[in-house]
Design a protein around this ligand. Structure first.
Ligand code: ZN
Ligand code: ZN
Length: 171
């Protein structure tokens, strides 16, 4: 979505969505966005500095890092970014603006296309090591079965051996 700075009084709510297909070109992605990416953002203008705060929501499928199963999960991204005019970047020291948690981007001219910023923020905030659930049991090291789905009869001999060794060491 494109906003025009000259049309913003001081606060402006931007609601919109981006198609999942706009995220298809991400290289090495470990996720797959399966719903439109919706956003509700508040734009605030302070002279020529613009802040965008709000929430981006989407649903994506991931591969669990433990059991390797695909699962889908909704992702909420809290967006809190600052946009400064391109020409002014060198004159705006990071420290003076405080709040170093905010990501800073620049814009050029009166029209600002929000999509690239939303795109960046979504990628930055996707889970790095997705797991299907907190207590995922993973795969059996011996037979490879997904222990979330099946209980196998394997005994983890390596662990037992280590335990025995440890015990004799401690004795
Ligand atoms: Zn899992
Ligand atoms: Zn097994």
């Amino acid at each position: 979505m494109v906003i025009r700075l000259s049309e913003i009084e001081d606060t402006f709510v931007v609601k919109g969505s981006m198609e999942a297909s706009q995220f298809m070109d991400v290289e090495n992605r470990e996720f797959h966005i399966i719903t439109p990416v919706n956003y509700v953002l508040t734009a605030r203008k302070f002279d020529n500095l613009v802040t965008l705060t709000g929430r981006v929501t989407l649903e994506a499928s991931f591969t669990c890092g433990i059991c390797l199963e695909e699962f889908s999960q909704s992702v909420d991204v809290d967006m809190d970014i600052r946009l400064t005019p391109k020409a002014e970047i060198p004159q705006v020291p990071e420290l003076e603006l405080g709040d170093e948690d905010m990501d800073v981007y620049c814009y050029d001219g009166d029209e600002i296309d929000l999509d690239p910023f939303i795109y960046e923020e979504v990628l930055l905030n996707m889970p790095l090591r997705p797991i299907c659930k907190d207590d995922c049991q993973g795969l059996c090291a011996i037979c490879g079965k997904n222990k979330n789905l099946e209980i196998c009869d394997c005994h983890d001999t390596s662990r037992t051996l280590l335990g025995e060794k440890l015990k004799s060491f401690l004795d």
